[in-house]
Design a protein around this ligand. Structure first.
Ligand code: MN
Ligand code: MN
Length: 467
């Protein structure tokens, strides 16, 4: 009897278990070698500009052409559009009529970090600093006393562009933000975590050596002199720059079993990398397939490189023009028939902080890609809620290809919440569902994912494009 009941349970229950359970050596090797490449990518692409550059190299190598350089498009053609060096769209033209809809996967390549203020450089107490303004949702205390690197672009008034990366090469110096010693931190330690370190305290220590003994602000002068010699810039050139402070740590395998990845910026470059790899693996698809790598998701998808801008519709219109099929309302028809995965990370279940998760609807590290039918907060406010019909379509792809997946919510109701780019595309009439890799320590300088989940995201994105 007990045996029979267990059989029935096996048949009826939705089983939740680690993908590593009973995994074959062959599959494990595939996962690990895919993630070796992912780790390499993460070490090259810490900022959105670097991600664009790295992805462009991959696209060029795989036969993709800048859409501005082609006059006409037909089945099988591969094109991309780079929007202001911070946002990319890539596309393979499918066999079916484009008005039957697109298969879109959209991820974002910006990550929480510290940006330099427009007037960053100052001297205080014979030390030189850069003032920063944090970008995205960070826990400020996590950004002190860790090695930091400087990445960015300075554009001089004659429009000459200077790209800067300092702190990644082992021979480079690094930078850091200091914190108070515990001996004198009695007041600080009794403050609420959210105010113990304030935004204006996130000042980057960049030097301590005076230029001479006479001049005032001599340490600042010495820094500017070094920068002038190396990059031919003056203080005013910071006014036209975008410089980002990111953790200087390398992406690494995590754990004795090397089953996980620790890296800065996995939100959302883990979905960006897997989506791009999935697209590169597609030849002559049925539907026209597009990969979106958006900027500015972390601050609300605003601006001309964020998903709220018209840049994506411009790219789709250009495709329609160059296929010679455009007509009034054509783009709306394309959107109404399109399907999309909003590929973004989800909060992984952290056993140390159990009480923020509802176990029946939590995403477990290592249990495969996770889908969020809806996001939002407090009564689904601001949510894009995928239709049951679309969820069934997605389940069908996953289950018929034996891809392990879970469907989850971002934490307990009334504790918090979040959003992605999903609603922006849903507003155009596209069927969208959020799906991605669960992450521990999301938005921290060092985020953790499971290699198993990374590979299952790649497999799923690939099968989605093939439909
Ligand atoms: Mn994200
Ligand atoms: Mn995020």
């Amino acid at each position: 009897m007990e045996k029979e009941n267990n059989k029935l349970k096996e048949e009826l229950f939705n089983k939740k278990e680690s993908g590593y359970k009973n995994i074959s050596d062959d599959e494990k090797n595939k996962i690990f070698s895919f993630c070796d490449k992912y780790i390499e990518f993460m070490n090259k692409a810490k900022t959105e500009r670097e991600a664009v550059k790295t992805v462009k190299e991959l696209l060029d190598k795989n036969g993709y052409i800048n859409i501005d350089e082609v006059n006409s498009l037909k089945e099988g053609n591969k094109v991309y559009y780079i929007n202001k060096d911070k946002n990319v769209f890539a596309c393979v033209i499918g066999k079916e009529k484009i008005e039957n809809g697109l298969n879109i996967i959209g991820a974002h390549i910006d990550s929480p970090r510290l940006d330099l203020k427009p007037n960053p450089l100052y001297e205080d107490g014979s030390l030189a600093y850069f003032k920063t303004h944090y970008y995205g949702g960070i826990k400020k205390y996590q950004w002190t006393t860790i090695p930091l690197s400087i990445h960015g672009t300075i554009v001089k008034k004659d429009l000459e562009k200077i790209d800067i990366v300092i702190g990644e090469d082992d021979k480079d110096p690094i930078f850091t933000i200091t914190d108070l010693l515990p001996h004198l931190a009695m007041n600080q330690m009794s403050k609420k975590m959210s105010v113990a370190i304030e935004g204006e305290d996130l000042n980057l220590l960049i030097g301590s050596m005076p230029y001479d003994n006479e001049t005032s602000e001599s340490v600042k002068l010495n820094i500017l002199n070094i920068l002038n010699k190396k990059y031919k810039i003056k203080e005013a050139d910071f006014l036209s720059s975008e410089i980002e402070i990111v953790p200087a740590f390398k992406a690494r395998s995590l754990g004795f079993d090397e089953s996980m990845v620790a890296s800065y910026g996995q939100d959302d470059k883990v979905c960006s990398y897997t989506a791009v790899q999935a697209l590169l693996n597609i030849e002559n698809p049925n539907k026209t397939c597009i990969c979106i790598l958006a900027d500015k998701e972390e601050i609300g998808s605003v601006g001309n490189t964020g998903m709220e801008s018209n840049a994506f519709s411009y790219f789709v219109s250009e495709i329609l023009n160059k296929m010679n099929v455009n007509k009034p309302n054509m783009i709306d028809k394309v959107y109404m028939n399109s399907k999309m995965l909003s590929a973004d990370v989800d909060a992984g279940y952290d056993p140390i902080y159990k009480n923020v998760s509802e176990l029946n609807n939590a995403a477990f590290i290592g249990n495969g890609i996770t889908l969020n039918k809806y996001t939002g907060a407090r009564g689904k406010s601001g949510a894009s809620d995928a239709n049951a019909e679309y969820m069934a379509y997605i389940r069908n792809i996953l289950e018929s290809n034996n891809i392990k997946y879970q469907v989850s919510e971002l934490g307990k109701i009334d504790i918090g919440g979040g959003g992605t780019i999903a609603y922006i595309l849903a507003n155009k009439g596209i069927d969208v569902v959020d799906c991605g890799v669960p992450v521990l320590s999301m938005h921290a300088p060092y985020e953790v994912t499971s290699k198993y989940d990374i590979y299952s995201a790649y497999r799923f994105y690939n099968e989605f494009y093939k439909k």
